[in-house]
Design a protein around this ligand. Structure first.
Ligand SMILES: NC(=O)c1ccc[n+]([C@@H]2O[C@H](COP(=O)([O-])OP(=O)(O)OC[C@H]3O[C@@H](n4cnc5c(N)ncnc54)[C@H](OP(=O)(O)O)[C@@H]3O)[C@@H](O)[C@H]2O)c1
Length: 254
């Protein structure tokens, strides 16, 4: 009887996950390790990153503390990364700021972490040939890139920019069999969302609009595993909304 290789397994793959010290990135790293991957995890806070490292399954994982809004942090991560079969860009920041109050500093802060870091890290990894043929790159965008929400102009713009970058990059790397996709989550229970809720405004009313209720980091992690696994080998330039049904018009509730 022939043994069938599980196309959803990450066994034998090495996956870099940024933003792995918290929330979605942390869970993506843990789930990837449960699915057999060796992971390189990165975040800014060393204690929280070590807590993720302690929760990983299996052996041979690497934890690198780096601020990816700084070129040195990106260079450090590129330097320590061996050949990668997957890269998940989950690091990001968010702040609710009405459009009339945005300024250059706010835009710079948001774009440095959410847009420039994943683009420049990807560029650095490609330039140093750190990504394997058939490698899979995944940008964690956000539903607001598609739908827009109040007081998220800079954040939404930073996440929309990833879509444009992803679609062009996909064409450039397809010849090497590499793929790049974007996942756009709706509201997911994480420290980031808790932080937004503390900024005032009735966030609970917004969260209640999701037909399936708010998501958990596991929900984004399972989708990420699919995009990293060979099961998705024919999927690139894809924008995948993962939102518990929030963004589809719901006239029946009107
Ligand atoms: N939660 C949601 O509802 C939701 C919805 C859509 C999209 N997203 C996106 O999903 C991703 C993860 O969000 P989350 O909710 O899990 O947030 P989170 O719990 O606040 O985690 C954010 C992670 O990004 C890291 N990070 C931020 N800026 C960084 C920088 N300059 N350099 C290196 N690491 C940096 C943080 O590191 P430290 O903690 O170590 O500083 C942390 O590990 C983000 O890109 C976010 O925009 C979230």
């Amino acid at each position: 009887m022939s043994v069938v290789q599980d196309p959803f397994s990450l066994s034998g793959k090495r996956v870099l996950v940024t933003g792995a010290s918290s929330g979605i990135g942390r869970q993506i790293a843990i789930t990837c390790s449960q699915m057999g991957a060796q992971v390189v995890i990165s975040g800014r806070n060393p204690e929280r990153l070590q807590a993720t490292a302690a929760a990983l399954h299996g052996e041979g994982h690497i934890a690198i503390t780096a601020d990816l809004s700084q070129q040195e942090g990106i260079d450090q991560l590129v330097a320590v990364s061996d050949t990668l079969h997957g890269v998940v860009h989950a690091a990001g920041i968010s702040k609710l700021v009405p459009f009339r109050l945005i300024n250059k500093q706010h835009l710079t802060d948001i774009f440095d972490s959410n847009t420039f870091a994943p683009m420049l890290l990807t560029r650095g990894l490609l330039a140093k040939k750190r990504i394997a043929q058939n490698g899979s790159i995944l940008f964690i965008s956000a539903l607001s890139s598609h739908s827009g929400a109040l007081a998220t102009s800079a954040y939404a713009a930073s996440k929309s920019a990833l879509l444009g970058a992803m679609r062009s990059l996909a064409l450039e790397i397809a010849k090497q069999g590499m793929r790049v996709n974007c996942i756009a989550p709706g509201y997911v229970h994480t420290p980031m969302l808790d932080g937004l809720g503390q900024g005032g405004g009735n966030m609970d009313a917004l969260f209640d609009l999701t037909p399936l209720g708010m998501g958990e980091p596991e929900d984004v992690a399972y989708a990420s595993v699919f995009y990293l696994a060979d099961a998705s080998r024919w999927i690139t330039r894809n924008y995948f909304i993962l939102d518990g049904g929030l963004s589809t018009p719901m006239d029946i509730y009107a």
